[in-house]
Design a protein. Structure first.
Ligand code: SOE
Length: 386
């Protein structure tokens, strides 16, 4: 396939800057894609560290102000891998400058920011996508195919949780590099926007829209030192968040996320129970789904543990030989490969900004419900432009 160059400028060199850069470099090596990403520029405020990152990952140049990056004529695509409080401003400016925009999750700090971002990319008619990477775990994609084939019948239950334990100590400070997720002004919320957002994105994709939620949140440690002010300050984020939901398809659901589940590092699990079948998936064992089909012959009926590594499983023919596993970083490679493939066909790869806006509407509803102690409906959407 003849390939066109696609000039990439990325903002941010943290955890996600690395995950995305790895995807840019690997996608074309394992997938036959219509575009060849050219790593044109890395943008971050610390010039020295930006230079080191750029050299390591092969970016041709460095910018220290994202506005300069967005103005550059030689950039086709802006990738936002910086903290949540930067997403809206950069995405809107990039779209107005006619750039394609990729954005790390959550799209905005709230639905109002996400809505303005969606509006900007749709008005500019630029390709856009949000890095909800767990959709691209082969086992999760297989689950999506099984659901779409109608194997589950009517869905009764959806269950998801995302458990971590890294903020239990009161000595963990808030704000600044690595710890901005604890700073409400930067993050927008705590585990609701950071962890539940993943669970909600996957759930909306697998099980359709959520009609209403009732939620409970808790902030266990009320004050922490702030790294920027040096002062002990109130903690504004939710440390834990749980909610019940009703989906529009009539199924009921439970969702839970916390950073206070001792021993759990990134235990994202989901489960779905339908009239004919059930399935479960667990990020700590990400290449497997457990699947039960009630229509199997009765004497042999039971839970199957499917090792999703065969060449006819989603994405797997692009990697090694059957039985050999892939991991977390591959989900980003798959997502970028899907983006470039869609771009070659003048299509959008999901989740688009509009898809991710739906997740932000649900997280807003969760936070509002926790505050008001009322069942709450996600607000209705901004209408697509003609
Ligand atoms: C938080 O610790 C975090 O890094 C999230 O921000 C990511 O989105 C999640 O995939 C893993 O956990």
């Amino acid at each position: 396939m003849e390939k066109k160059n696609l000039n990439v400028g990325i903002v941010g060199y943290g955890f996600m800057g690395r995950a995305h850069s790895n995807a840019f470099l690997q996608a074309g090596r394992f997938f036959d894609l219509p575009y060849r990403p050219v790593l044109k520029a890395l943008c971050a405020r610390n010039a020295e560290r930006a230079k080191t990152f750029a050299d390591n990952w092969g970016y041709e140049s460095v910018e220290t102000d994202w506005r300069r990056l967005v103005e550059r004529k030689d950039i086709d695509l802006i990738d936002i891998a910086s903290p949540n409080d930067t997403h809206a401003e950069i995405a809107i400016a990039a779209a107005r400058a006619g750039k394609m925009v990729l954005c790390e999750k959550p799209l905005g700090r709230n639905a109002s920011e996400a809505s303005a971002m969606t509006d900007a990319v749709e008005r500019a008619k630029v390709a856009n996508m949000v890095w909800y990477n767990y959709r691209r775990v082969p086992a999760v994609m297989l689950l999506k195919h099984l659901i779409d084939e109608g194997r589950f019948g009517r869905i009764f239950h959806y269950r998801a949780k995302f458990l971590q334990d890294w903020t239990i100590s009161p000595n963990v400070s808030q704000g600044g590099e690595g710890l901005w997720r604890l700073d409400i002004a930067v993050a927008g919320s705590g585990v609701t926007g950071d962890l539940l957002a993943h669970a909600i994105d996957t759930a909306l994709w697998l099980n359709g829209p959520i009609a209403e939620v009732t939620a409970m949140t808790e902030t266990f440690i009320k004050e922490r030192k702030h790294n920027l002010s040096g002062q002990v300050q109130p903690v504004g984020i939710d440390d834990a968040s749980a909610f019940l939901a009703r989906f529009e398809n009539g199924s009921m659901a439970t969702f839970e996320a916390t950073r206070y589940a001792r021993g759990h590092k990134a235990l994202y699990t989901l489960e779905i129970n339908g009239e004919n079948a059930s399935a479960e998936w667990d990020l700590h064992d990400l290449h497997r789904i457990r699947f039960f089909d009630h229509r199997d012959e009765s004497q042999l009926r039971g839970w199957r543990s499917i090792h999703v590594t065969d060449s006819d499983h989603p994405y797997m023919k692009h990697w090694w030989v059957p039985g050999l596993q892939i991991g977390y970083e591959h989900t980003f490679v798959h997502q970028f490969a899907d983006f470039l493939e869609a771009l070659g066909q003048a299509k959008q790869a999901a989740p688009t900004f509009r898809d991710a806006l739906e997740t932000d509407k649900v997280t807003d509803a969760v936070l509002k419900s926790a505050e008001t102690r009322q069942w709450t409906e996600p607000i209705r959407g901004i209408e697509p432009r003609p």
